[in-house]
Write a protein that binds this ligand. Structure first.
Ligand code: PLP
Length: 405
């Protein structure tokens, strides 16, 4: 590896594999032997069109995406999807149930952290008379009554009988909670409590965990989406896996009520035009494709599941030792901790600053927690190697030793 590069534990944009960056630099000069750089070539060229198809296939293959779902690439990051899911799925509900008054349509939100809350706030802005229902609010189950530090017990979830949308965020990047992976476990998403109806409009934000391990019950989701800039590539694209019945004619829906959907947020033009109704984020898509190719060569999501499991076990192990010595304090309840973003506090006057400065000296960067929760955040996305993980863990142990002298 290049000696100028440090171990980057940033939460996003975040580290990308060095070999991919080297390849991308070549692509900037000459994309797939066209003699034209990737930032210069027409998105309508046959070479780029083929590349988009190939990238799509890499996702379909690695995540076992069923033929009931399409894969789309959009711009506007995760935030544009906060709006898009509401607009497209309200349109769908309107087409399915034209006689239901707008005020009787319901959007269900599971609140487990600041990102699901941000999506919920956007739904309230765009609901246009529909009710935005809180299925459960993790803050009500927290130690201090106001923090997103846990995953609520299944008994607390109250889903609506026929919502236009059911929304959750699989991995909360800021607070550091993530739904469990084992189906039916107390920390898993309560799929078994969802209304017993076919084609549920279940939406999941996977922005900070996409491709880090398989997606449980993917086929039962209406929409799974992820901004690329954590595990996959540069900022600029979002990847969407959308069940075909959720790709609706928003213009026909607008004739029934509500309001028109901005063309850049409607799914159908993307689905009808191989994700290119307009100019896509060509460079971001290109680098994402390179990362996916590399993933495949390593063994895909099953490979990352194993590696990421070892990485998080190692960091949580050091965190626990620090807790026992009164040096660290986990900010998330046991069993709710994210594999991708490990969030904790450093106890004592000036201790957090000492931790960050000491880390910096060792070339360990990007560790400062989000301003809203403070403390430390160790992000362990796919491109964070086990070697980097060993280095942060060794540093955590050293720090524990030093502070408990
Ligand atoms: N959802 C999650 C889980 C995130 O972590 C982020 C960004 O960090 C977003 C959504 C927002 O994504 P973007 O910045 O691409 O709009």
């Amino acid at each position: 590896p290049s000696s100028t590069r440090v171990a980057n534990f940033g939460a996003g944009p975040s580290a990308l594999p060095e070999s991919v960056l080297v390849e991308a630099a070549q692509g900037l000069l000459n994309f797939n032997n066209t003699g034209i750089g990737i930032a210069e070539i027409s998105h309508r060229s046959k070479e780029f069109g083929a590349y988009v198809k190939e990238t799509e296939a890499l996702i379909r293959e690695q995540l076992d995406v069923p033929s009931t779902h399409v894969i789309l690439f959009t711009q506007g990051g995760g935030t544009a999807q906060f709006s898009a899911v509401v607009l497209n799925l309200l349109a769908r509900h309107r087409l399915l149930h034209p006689d239901v008054p707008e005020a009787e349509r319901v959007l269900d939100y599971v609140l487990t952290g600041s990102w699901s809350k941000a999506a919920y706030e956007e739904a309230k802005r765009l609901a246009h008379g529909a009710t935005v229902n809180v299925v459960v609010d993790a803050r009500e189950h927290s130690a201090d009554g106001k923090s997103f530090d846990n995953l609520p017990p299944h008994s607390a979830y109250k889903f609506s009988p026929d919502p236009a949308l059911i929304y959750y965020c699989e991995n909360e990047t800021v607070s550091g909670t993530q739904f469990g992976f084992e189906d039916g476990a107390p920390n898993s998403f309560p799929f078994h409590l969802l209304p017993d109806k076919p084609l549920l409009p279940l939406v999941a934000d996977y922005s900070s965990s996409f491709m880090s391990r398989p997606i449980p019950r993917l086929a039962e989701h209406a929409i799974v989406y992820a901004g690329a800039q954590k595990n996959l590539g540069p900022a600029g694209i979002a990847i969407l896996i959308v069940r075909k019945d959720c790709i609706v004619d928003v213009n026909a829906a607008a004739k029934l009520g509500g309001y028109p959907v901005p063309i850049s947020l409607a799914y159908k033009p993307y689905a009808d035009n191989d994700s290119m109704p307009n100019t896509p984020a060509v460079l971001a898509l290109y680098i994402t494709g390179l990362v996916l190719k590399r993933n495949k060569s390593l063994g895909g999501v099953r490979y990352y599941e194993e590696v990421n499991r070892r990485k998080k076990e190692s960091v949580y192990g050091a965190l626990k030792e620090g807790e026992e010595k009164g040096v660290f304090q986990a900010k998330v309840r046991e069993g709710a901790g994210s594999w991708m973003n490990v969030v904790f506090g450093v106890i004592g006057e000036g201790a957090e600053k000492r931790f960050l400065e000491g880390a910096e000296k060792k070339g360990l960067k990007g560790l400062k927690g989000h301003r809203s929760v403070g403390g430390i955040r160790v992000s362990l996305y796919n491109a964070v190697s086990e070697e980097w993980t060993d280095r942060i863990v060794a540093y955590m142990r050293e720090f524990i030793e030093e502070e408990s002298k």
